[in-house]
Ligand binder design. Structure first.
Ligand code: TEU
Length: 569
């Protein structure tokens, strides 16, 4: 099955991506906000870690209501982050070190402070009017449809100036662009070329399934939990992406990945299938949904390992040799991976963070590693609503309280899974504010920075950081870890996630213990006399074929079957 991919080697299939959330990465000015020179100063760090590509969350000029996912000017650098000269220097520094840069393309919506929107709202006959979705009030003067916004409330906001409603699937400060207007599409293609011509190497495309809207009619199921099913995959979205590919992407050797909920595997193949000429890859979120209430993304759910395995495996199979997967466990919208999928209690944090690193870097697909996960950064403590910065968290608490939920209960959801957990400043050292800033950080540093920081991790050969580095080296050396088939073993096992990666006569077995206790595990289907050598693991000792083995809490093992006539012996 994978042969098609081996025959179609691509740098972006072999790459490991590191996501930087610029506001929280490294501050060089004492403003309390990370900046581009701060990233440039850490390029040696990234090269030393061994990643290949940086995905930079938005750095464009923005009022920062949604931390840059509300763009005011697509061709200007947010002054909080620096200047265009800083950007050019950062990009040159990346390329000098063999690193590539993916920008975040946020073009489903702009900020309401974008010039296009300012023009658009000013008069009904303004040339920019159709850059956005305007609708007259319903007969009762209310919003044109019952659509709800992802960040709470109606998806329509009334603008008195022209007595009309505009559409915003996210916050009211993020009006949706009207992709049905060819002038809008031309603007987007132009701004993409602007960045590509500067030398950027790709785009992560924000909420791409939402570009084309369904007809402006009532959602028949307004109370359903996941709104995406109604808004995503609109009638023209594939026409737009094919046009974007033809008019822009086809001219550059770049990496593209689509982001967004509300897609099933068949939809994903429409966006990222090899023969589709749209995007190269797509993120899936089903493994994250496993940890959430199916009717409320902002509510944690009890989950089991077989469900997680099934989500990942279903998507791997669906992509097959028809599309290339992208995998992640954390990003800027999620709580910390070790706190969700692992165990952040003292004594368990380190092995479980390494175990998750093993999963991320040995699944099939391009791995996306989120800043701080390489040192096992954890969720932090948020007590009061005032401790949060994220607008989606704050809006959700308000909405739940207004709907009658106990305030503490509403807050508790976000104490577990607010987006702010991922956004606390990067922990570089044990110095004040974790060495992130000399000023006052925009969001409080996690108090565990005195123990969990890059400096301490680099000094300790047993750290999560060194383990990541070894894994990254291993992945670079082994085609089987990139292009090999993935086959799940023991799908129903409640504690162990085990799978094989195979390519021609190479076979690597990955065994991960997700339990906080010892587990006996017998690798099914392993011939009793097959020999295995250990490539990497969280603990000492090797798994012997056909033999039950005792896995220690959160133990991970990566082992290779030694072929009989193996040249390497
Ligand atoms: O997120 C899109 C998205 O899928 C949201 O539903 C997201 O999961 C949200 O965090 C739920 O609370 C993208 C960006 O990654 C996010 O940071 C932006 O806020 C959002 O789009 C709007 O641009």
């Amino acid at each position: 099955m994978t042969l098609a991919h081996v025959d179609d080697r691509q740098w972006w299939k072999e790459a490991v991506v590191y996501q930087i959330y610029p506001r929280s990465f490294n501050d060089t000015t004492g403003s309390g906000t990370g900046d581009l020179p701060g990233i440039t100063a850490k390029l040696d760090y990234l090269a030393d870690l061994g990643v290949d590509v940086v995905w930079l969350s938005p750095i464009y000029d923005s009022p920062m209501r949604d931390n840059g996912y509300d763009v005011r000017d697509y061709r200007a650098i947010n002054p909080l982050f620096g200047t265009m000269a800083d950007f050019d220097e950062m990009l040159a520094g990346m390329h000098e070190r063999g690193l590539r840069l993916m920008m975040d393309l946020v073009v489903n919506h702009t900020s309401n402070e974008h010039e296009w929107f300012q023009e658009s709202r000013s008069a009904k006959d303004n040339p920019y009017r159709d850059y956005y979705h305007w609708q007259p009030p319903a007969a009762d003067g209310g919003p044109p449809t019952n659509w709800r916004a992802f960040f709470g409330g109606s998806a329509w906001t009334f603008d008195e100036r022209t007595e009309a409603y505009y559409l915003h699937l996210f916050d009211a400060s993020q009006p949706d662009l009207n992709w049905a207007n060819p002038a809008v599409r031309a603007e987007v293609y132009d701004l993409m070329r602007f960045w590509l011509d500067k030398g950027v190497d790709g785009f992560r495309m924000d909420v791409i399934p939402l570009l084309s809207k369904p007809p402006f009619e009532d959602d028949p199921h307004p109370d359903r939990g996941d709104l995406h099913e109604f808004y995503a995959n609109g009638p023209k979205v594939h026409d737009y992406l094919r046009e974007m590919n033809r008019r822009v992407l086809a001219d550059y050797d770049v990496m593209t990945v689509g982001e967004g909920h509300g897609i099933d595997p068949e939809d994903a193949l429409r966006y990222a299938g090899r023969d589709r000429n749209e995007l190269q890859s797509f993120f899936y979120f089903d493994h994250v949904w496993v940890t959430r209430d199916e009717d409320d993304w902002n509510r944690p759910a009890n989950w089991t390992l077989p469900e997680l395995k099934q989500a990942v495996t279903t998507w791997d199979r669906a992509f097959g040799d028809r599309a290339w997967p992208s995998v992640f466990l954390g990003n800027h919208d999620l709580p910390r991976a070790v706190s969700v999928f692992g165990d952040d209690r003292p004594g368990y944090r380190r092995p479980s963070a390494k175990m998750l690193a093993t999963l991320l870097l040995t699944l099939r697909g391009t791995p996306y590693l989120y800043q701080g996960d390489e040192i096992g950064m954890t969720n932090t403590l948020f007590e009061r609503l005032d401790d949060f910065e994220d607008l989606s968290t704050i809006n959700d608490v308000h909405e739940k309280v207004a709907a009658g939920m106990d305030r503490e209960a509403a807050l508790d959801h976000h104490r577990q899974l607010s987006r702010d957990h991922a956004r606390t400043p990067m922990q570089w050292t044990a110095a004040e504010h974790a060495g992130f800033t000399d000023g006052t950080p925009w969001l409080r540093v996690n108090p565990n920075y005195d123990r969990i920081n890059v400096e301490a991790a680099r000094d300790d050969p047993e750290s999560v950081w060194h383990y990541y580095r070894r894994l990254l080296t291993l992945r670079r050396e082994r085609d089987v870890l990139v292009y090999g088939d993935y086959d799940l073993v023991a799908p129903e096992h409640p504690d162990v996630y085990a799978y094989r990666r195979t390519l021609d006569d190479e076979e690597v077995v990955i065994v991960l213990n997700f339990a906080d206790e010892e587990v006996r595990f017998n690798l099914p289907g392993a011939p009793a006399d097959a020999e295995r050598t250990r490539l990497l693991g969280t603990h000492e000792g090797g798994l012997h074929a056909g033999e039950a083995v005792t896995l220690r809490p959160y133990e991970a093992r990566v082992e290779e079957r030694v072929a009989e006539m193996s040249e390497s012996g």
